[in-house]
Design a protein around this ligand. Structure first.
Ligand SMILES: Nc1ncnc2c1ncn2[C@@H]1O[C@H](COP(=O)(O)OP(=O)(O)OP(=O)(O)O)[C@@H](O)[C@H]1O
Ligand SMILES: O=P(O)(O)OC[C@H]1O[C@H](OP(=O)(O)OP(=O)(O)O)[C@H](O)[C@@H]1O
Length: 305
């Protein structure tokens, strides 16, 4: 451990979620960006071999605080964690990473629960997002509590639990909860349904406003952008008769323009173009309809676009 600590002083410190929903995908981003490291068993610091960077494995919840205070230069966490930390104006949100997508929702029991979020005003809300939920219900209190209730000191009570928030209504701790929802399976299984959404979130790359090595931050950001772009696009290749080329270009315009190469048979050309992964099936259908042949789709490992 001391040998590693001695090597930290000249390195950019980059925080990675040490467990939970963001851990695995953060590691695959690092791999895609070719940041090589070896993490010793149970050690939360790992030196990157091919850059003057040290990775620090921390809970996603704590990462905004470390980055805001300058103890860490760069970090991956959730937008929800940044909002909850209240550190938004002390950090730069550099890049949305496209994973860890979820919504922070107010949920109530399907049977016998409130039907609208304003019915929860003055009641008990259980959550792990004390600050965001406190602010959210302060606004609702102002709007929906009567003057008599305000004067009597009535307020919505925000109760903190660190996990398994969905159990709170069944166990009688709260009248509603606020927790993250992705597929909705956890919520449904617990007999809950949403009555409002507080924020939408995804994983994000954040940076201190004065990082120790700005050019290295830019380099790492470009590499990560390349990995993300590669996940969004595929390369499509096909042959088409020249007479249909104009229509084909409309279907696959590429980011700038498609690459067009002549074939031995002068009536045909080969076209290569980047297309969005989520549109690929539809694009192949359209190409087939105009007579394209030999349509090939290639995954992209990495790119700069
Ligand atoms: N179901 C989900 N789908 C997508 N992203 C999620 C989901 N749940 C959480 N996240 C994202 O992952 C972040 C970390 O949540 P996670 O539940 O994995 O926490 P954790 O670090 O493992 O801590 P704990 O296990 O103590 O709750 C959240 O702040 C959110 O940005
Ligand atoms: O809508 P879903 O796809 O069901 O996901 C929602 C669940 O995911 C998160 O918890 P996680 O499973 O990460 O564990 P935790 O409760 O220990 O935080 C969140 O707190 C919900 O419980």
């Amino acid at each position: 451990m001391t040998d590693i600590i001695n090597k930290l002083s000249d390195r950019l410190l980059f925080a990675i979620p040490k467990k939970g929903r963001l851990h695995e995908q953060s590691l695959s981003l690092l791999k895609g960006a070719d940041l090589n490291f070896h993490r010793r068993n149970r050690l939360d610091i790992a030196l990157v071999q091919n850059f003057p960077i040290a990775l620090v494995f921390l809970p996603a919840t704590d990462i905004p605080k470390y980055v805001a205070e300058g103890n860490i230069d760069l970090g991956i966490t959730g937008q929800d964690e940044v909002a909850e930390s209240g550190a938004n104006d002390k950090i730069d949100e550099i890049l949305e990473l496209g994973f860890g997508k979820c919504e922070l929702q107010v949920q109530v029991p399907v049977v016998g629960g409130a039907t609208k979020v304003e019915e929860l005003v003055g009641k008990r809300i259980v959550t792990s997002f004390r600050s965001l939920v406190g602010k959210y219900f302060d606004e609702l209190d102002k709007k929906y509590l009567t003057e008599e209730q305000k004067q009597a000191g009535v307020k919505t009570k925000i109760k903190y639990v660190s996990g398994s928030v969905e159990a709170a209504c069944t166990l009688g701790l709260g009248d509603g909860i606020v927790d993250l929802v992705e597929s909705g399976k956890t919520m449904k299984t617990a007999g809950l349904h949403p009555v409002s959404t507080i924020i939408s979130s995804q994983a994000i790359l954040i940076c201190n406003k004065n990082p120790s090595n700005l050019s290295l931050v830019s380099k790492i950001t470009s590499r990560i952008k390349g990995v993300i772009a590669a996940q969004k696009y595929v390369l499509v290749n096909y042959n088409i008769q020249r007479i249909h080329l104009e229509e084909a270009i409309k279907i696959t315009p590429g980011r700038r323009a498609p690459a067009i190469s002549p074939l031995e048979d002068n009536n045909w050309v080969e076209v290569q173009s980047l297309v969005s992964k989520c549109e690929v099936a539809e694009i192949m259908d359209k190409l087939e309809e105009i007579g394209a042949k030999d349509i090939l789709i290639h995954e992209i490992d990495n790119c700069r676009v």
